[in-house]
Design a protein around this ligand. Structure first.
Ligand SMILES: [Zn+2]
Length: 239
């Protein structure tokens, strides 16, 4: 008897660390349209539910519509799906995170899911450079601002930028040590012309960048809020 074959969609499997043809077991789409009254364009979104053919993980991919039939395409067109489950793109909470940092991170995550490891590392490196500049240029006194300017001109300066973040007390010893241990990090820093980066190394760099952003922005915000609350309470109690 012929086996009934399910349709597939190509998506990144976090367990296999590879792009796989997930067996599609359900899909829901909202097709875009052009509002006939004001001409406003609303692009659609399509979400597919499936299973990894290798490890059987449940995978959910979301595709954004990129062309609407009869408006900017002969047919409806959809971008490649980005995995939204499991391990959806991380959402940070701090409003102090510069746009260049969040943009670089989301580009890096997309590259990682497309197995473009070098591109992912370049984007995560860019995010780190931007963090160095943002933090060191705005919060450190004049004797280190020269270093801050240098951090970001070349990838080799990243390690120095991270060290300055530690010297300024913005990150701790463990994060500094981690950055120095990261093979991918060193690869970018030391051999920009001959790069071979594995998915695992790119993944590590992502985790590291997420940890830095969380530590430098989100946790600091939470800590400052906490201190403020404590101060207010003290003042209230003193009265
Ligand atoms: Zn898998």
């Amino acid at each position: 008897m012929a086996e009934k074959r399910l349709p597939t969609f190509i998506v990144d499997c976090p367990v296999c660390k590879a792009r796989v043809a997930a067996e599609e077991q359900g899909r829901i789409s909202r097709t875009g349209y052009v509002n006939p009254e004001d001409g406003d364009v609303e692009y659609g979104v399509s979400v597919a539910l499936g299973k990894c053919p290798r490890c059987h993980s449940i995978l959910v991919g979301e595709s954004q519509q990129v062309a609407i039939r009869g408006y900017d395409g002969y047919e409806h067109e959809w971008a490649d799906p980005i995995r939204v489950y499991p391990d959806p793109p991380r959402a940070f909470t701090s409003s102090r995170i510069p746009k260049v940092v969040s943009d670089s991170i989301s580009e890096g995550v997309k590259s990682l899911q497309a197995n473009a490891n070098v591109a992912a590392c370049v984007m995560f490196g860019r995010a780190l450079e931007a963090i160095c500049r943002n933090i060191l240029d705005t919060s450190v006194s004049s004797d280190t601002t020269q270093g801050a300017r240098k951090c970001g001109t070349r990838p080799t300066m990243l390690a120095e930028g991270i060290r300055k973040l530690r010297d300024a007390g913005i990150i701790d010893e463990r994060l500094l040590d981690w950055s120095q241990q990261l093979h991918a990090f060193r690869n970018i820093a030391a051999h920009p012309t001959d790069i071979a980066i594995s998915r695992e190394e790119a993944d590590d760099l992502k985790t590291f960048v997420f940890a830095i952003v969380e530590y430098v922005y989100d946790l600091t915000d939470r800590y400052n809020d906490f201190k403020e609350r404590l101060e207010r309470k003290k003042r209230r109690d003193a009265n």
